[in-house]
Design a binder for this molecule. Structure first.
Ligand code: IMP
Length: 186
């Protein structure tokens, strides 16, 4: 097997099936960027990338955002290697810059139970930003366990476990250019 096939996950057994193709992702990311730039006008934002799963979405969207911005990275871990949310959120990398009086916009890959995004917004609110909004690429409305509504949302999806476009399963498949789904083992 070639190195490139291996990096796309063929070595891990099941190959993910396409749920949202690359072209649709890119079109929606461009729409979201326009919507956000329109809402913020020329206000400077602090764009927060929630690691690790949002890094591809984040780098795509900030390059399309016609706004003055600074970037920050917040590492959180909630799933470990499992396919269901543990509900426990651990900060693995904190933001060291003060957020006071900043317009903070958090970019998250996927809202499943909503516990992670809710934890993050509660955490960042304590830092007294001038405003705090959230943008999620994907959301599974049927899985929500807490009242969370991203201010900007790419796509609503069903309960399938998804990978690709930065999103992983046990660290794999992040490099896929599309959002795919893999079947549960059990
Ligand atoms: P929540 O706290 O249950 O909303 O989960 C949010 C986090 O769980 C996301 O940031 C992802 O890292 C991870 N996650 C949720 N659903 C999936 C999925 O279908 N595939 C991979 N990771 C997921």
């Amino acid at each position: 097997m070639s190195a490139s096939n291996e990096s796309k996950g063929e070595s891990t057994g099941k190959q993910p099936k396409i749920l949202i193709p690359e072209i649709k992702l890119q079109a929606r990311v461009a729409e979201l960027a326009l919507e956000i730039a329109n809402d913020y006008q020329d206000r400077e934002i602090t764009a927060v990338c929630v690691l690790k799963g949002s890094f591809v979405f984040f780098t795509d969207i900030i390059r399309r955002l016609n706004l003055p911005l600074t970037t920050e990275f917040l590492g959180v871990s909630s799933y470990g290697n499992k396919m269901v949310s543990s509900g426990e959120v651990k900060v693995t990398l904190d933001i060291n810059e003060p957020l006071e009086n900043k317009h903070v916009l958090v970019f998250e890959d996927i809202v499943d139970t909503g516990l992670t995004l809710s934890y993050i917004t509660n955490l960042l609110r304590t830092r007294k930003p001038a405003s705090l909004r959230t943008c999620a690429l994907l959301m599974k409305p049927e899985s929500l366990k807490t009242q969370v509504e991203p201010d900007y949302l790419g796509f609503k999806i069903g309960n399938e476990f998804v990978v690709g476009y930065g999103i992983d399963h046990a660290g794999k498949h992040r490099g896929l250019p599309y959002v795919g789904y893999i079947e549960h083992d059990h």
